[in-house]
Design a protein around this ligand. Structure first.
Ligand code: PNS
Length: 157
């Protein structure tokens, strides 16, 4: 049985994340979506809200678990006894950053493998930060994030 961890900030979850989650849930026996609790950042949604939005967006997937972590991802993975990290890749600039991160993680723990899943081309430009920026200035973000996210973002305004 192979379990993978899909880590991220998910502030908030987008349809690009959701696509990776659905495809990973088909590929692996179990997927853990691990939400980073980063005290150095001020997110739009706090940890609990981010987890809740993910939970509501994936209620139809029964082999996906949501969890939180802080500190090093590899320490979290070791505690969970999981050795596959799944990452979505959108652009060349993603690749450069992810390449460094994957090698650093391997340096820290050589038992843990990072696997990359190519984005669905519909979402290759999509990021949580761009969604938030477009929304703040009144842009239409329909079809870019789950409806529940749009609803919660409206409540925040
Ligand atoms: O959605 P994001 O913000 O691009 O996700 C980045 C994340 C959470 C995957 C990455 O920042 C991470 O793993 N942070 C935890 C600290 C860590 O392990 N860093 C890598 C080795 S120094």
């Amino acid at each position: 049985m192979i379990t993978a961890v899909y880590p991220g900030s998910f502030d908030p979850i987008t349809n690009g994340h959701l696509d990776i989650i659905k495809r990973s849930a088909k590929t692996f026996d179990k997927l853990i979506v691990a939400v980073l609790n980063n005290p150095n950042k001020t997110p739009m949604f706090d940890l609990e809200e981010r987890v809740d939005l993910i939970r509501q967006s994936i209620s139809d997937l029964n082999n996906v678990e949501i969890d939180c972590f802080s500190g090093l991802l590899i320490d979290y993975m070791q505690n969970k006894n999981v050795n596959v990290i799944i990452k979505g890749l959108r652009t060349i600039s993603d690749f450069e950053y992810e390449f460094q991160m994957a090698l650093m993680n391997r340096k820290l723990n050589k038992e843990i493998e990072t696997l990359f899943m190519m984005t669905n081309s519909d979402y290759s430009y999509l990021s949580s930060s761009l969604v938030k920026e477009a929304f703040r200035f009144g842009g239409n973000i329909e079809n870019l994030v789950p409806d529940i996210v749009i609803q919660k973002m409206k409540e925040k305004l």
